[in-house]
Every structure is written in C-alpha cells, then in structure tokens.
Write a protein that binds this ligand. Structure first.
Ligand SMILES: Nc1nc2c(c(=O)[nH]1)N[C@H]1C(S)=C(S)[C@@H](COP(=O)(O)O)O[C@H]1N2
Ligand SMILES: [Mo]
Length: 337
C-alpha cells in the first residue's frame, strides 16, 4: 500500500464553531432554512480534511468507459516547464490520482470511486459574457484545435500538502484568444458542471454550487495559466477533473477548478466557491505566500504527497519571476489569502 495515513492538521472541531459559521453565511442560512442539519467543522476546513485515500485507483476505475481523447497523449513536454524544481521530484502517479479534492464527489480525499460517475461525453465548453460572439464548443473539437503540450507544475493546496505533476493541456491564453473578449471584460469566471444526481456532493445544499473560480484577464493570459486536459501522459482521470481543469500553480490549489463547462468574461469580479463560503479564509487572489498564515494554520511549509520531510513553501509557490508583476499596484488587496 503506497498511501499513507496523514496526521491531521491543527484543525480541531473547536477552531470553528457551527454557531460562528452560521452567523453571516447566506448559503449556510439557506441550508438551515431547508431543515435541520449538523455541520461539522471538518466540512469547512477549506479544501478538505485529512482523511486518507484508500485503494488502488486502477482497480477502482476498471469498469469505466475509456476516454475518447486517449489517442492524443502523451504530448511533448515544454522544456520551459520540465520539472518541479530542486528537491521537488514528480509525485508518484498513484498518489496524485487517488488523493483528491473534489467536493462534488465528497468532502474528503477518497473520492476516486465516486468520481467515476462523472460523465465526460458529451461535454461542451461555453465561452460567453463580454465576448465578440458567445460560442459553445464540443470538447473533442476544442482538443483538436488547441496546442497540446506537457508541463510539470507544483500544486500547493491551502491545507499545506503539495504535489508535482506533469499536466498535459494548453495555455489558458489560447482559449481566451478563441473567446475574443471585449475590452470591457476584466475577469474570466469559470464554472464547474452542475448535476446533483451524478455528483452527489452537490446535494449538500449548504455549499454554493456550482463550483466557481475566477481570474483577472491578465492572470488568465499569463503564460503559466494552463488548462489541463491530461496528467502523466494520459487523459485527465475523472477524479482529477476530467475533461478539463485549470492549473494556476502560483495560487492555492482551490483556484484550480475542475471539470469546467463555462468560461464567462465579465467586468465584475466573480465570487468564488470558497470565498462565498468563507471569505475571511479563502479570498479571490489566493496567491501562495509562506509569510501569510491561514487564520487557522501556518503556510510556512508543506508536506509533499508521498511522505518524507516537510519542505519550505515559496512565495508564489516558486513562480514569482513569472507572476509577481501581475500584482504591481494591487498591494492594497488581500493578495495572499
Ligand atoms: N470543481 C472543483 N474543483 C476543485 C475542487 C473541488 O472541490 N471542486 N477542489 C480544489 C482543491 S482545494 C484542490 S487542492 C485541487 C485538487 O486537485 P487534485 O484532486 O487533482 O489534486 O482541486 C481544486 N479544484
Ligand atoms: Mo486544496
């Protein structure tokens, strides 16, 4: 058994009382109105608890229909993003594809089996809002058009675990170009599918489904912003966000939204899923910074998946050179939370 049972973080039940959570939270109040419920602090530990992922992903997905995009992979690795950096080896594939965060399929890390219910075809991607002309594109047509490449990126979850994975996909900038946003559009809002029958986590009505994330257009067109359609030289597994998910490695993992169906270009800053739920802990910018602790734990170091020693967390997760310039003039914003 490769997978290891992690020790919990300092997230005791007493850290967040249900009472304090209920106070200002619209979505929670909606939930309350619909009937009594018990909400544990674990349901609000940001992006998940520290439950272990049990089982071998291959055996859990054996019966699932093959991915029709399989013939496209592997793709050529971009030498500019060839590795995870010094002392940051690529994470073992079985770990990266079995220790997952995907609340649509459960608020713990062991969602591989449940996520096999995700129906990945037909799948369309809508580009709308402040664009020259709204479009809806079939995922396979999109994959044909986009310049696929492989990039090795670090991913730092806000809960202080991390991984290094080879994503396949294309720059988000290529999709923005295809969308032809108007100059009035300042943000891109990304939306995950909504289907509570398929993804039973979406029946948990105290969460503000569907999962939403957003970036500024400058962030979205920075070369690092990537749409991942595969991982480890294969199509994206359902549990990792098939058929397409975001990879923005300088931000905490919750920004890297999965299984996207819509990109909306807008002049208004989108309110993301976690921000809606708990803005004091999960802001819009969410850039990685070891010197800005989460209100309930330190962000100074991280635990690479696979065990071993903790490693120091880096400003912008080590990508400052590419992205720090995006935040000039925004020093008054909560850039790191
Ligand atoms: N739609 C959706 N996207 C999501 C999440 C989620 O619950 N739903 N979890 C996020 C969090 S908190 C993290 S850390 C990463 C985890 O990606 P992985 O399972 O591929 O490691 O996905 C992000 N994208
Ligand atoms: Mo996360």
């Amino acid at each position: 058994m490769l997978l290891k049972r992690w020790k919990g973080w300092e997230l005791p039940e007493r850290a967040v009382t249900p009472e304090s959570l209920f106070r200002n939270r619209r979505s929670l109040l909606k939930g309350l109105a619909a009937g009594p419920m018990v909400l544990s602090a674990a349901a609000l530990t940001g992006c998940g608890d520290e439950a272990t992922a049990d089982g071998d992903p291959a055996s859990m997905i054996a019966a699932v229909p093959p991915d029709p995009s399989a013939h496209l992979y592997p793709v050529k690795r971009n030498p500019a993003y060839a590795d995870g950096g010094p002392d940051r080896p690529i994470t073992v594939e079985d770990l990266a594809t079995s220790y997952n965060n995907f609340y649509e399929f459960g608020s713990h890390k062991d969602i591989v089996r449940a996520a096999q219910d995700l129906k990945i075809r037909p799948w369309t991607v809508t580009l709308d809002g402040e664009v020259a002309k709204p479009k809806t594109i079939d995922i396979d047509d999109l994959l044909e058009q986009m310049p696929l490449e492989e990039r090795v990126y670090r991913l730092r979850c806000v809960e202080a675990w991390s991984m290094v994975v080879p994503w396949s996909g294309f720059p988000l900038a290529a999709l923005v170009k295809l969308a032809e946003p108007l100059s009035s559009a300042k943000y891109v809002r990304m939306e995950t599918f909504m289907d509570p029958e398929m993804a039973r986590g979406q029946k948990q009505h105290w969460y503000p489904w569907p999962y939403i994330e957003g970036l500024t257009i400058e962030e979205a067109t920075n070369d690092l912003a990537f749409i991942a359609t595969g991982i480890y030289g294969k199509p994206m597994p359902r549990q990792n966000g098939a058929p397409l998910r975001l990879a923005v490695p300088w931000k905490y993992g919750f920004k890297s939204t999965k299984s996207i169906v819509r990109f909306t270009f807008t002049s208004e800053r989108p309110v993301s899923f976690w921000e809606e739920l708990q803005a004091s802990e999960y802001g819009f910018w969410a850039n990685v910074n070891p010197d800005v602790p989460h209100p309930r734990w330190s962000q100074a170091s991280e635990r690479p998946l696979g065990g071993g020693a903790k490693v120091p967390t880096l400003l912008y997760n080590g990508y400052a050179e590419q992205v720090a310039g995006l935040y000039k003039g925004l020093e008054g914003e909560r850039l790191f939370m």
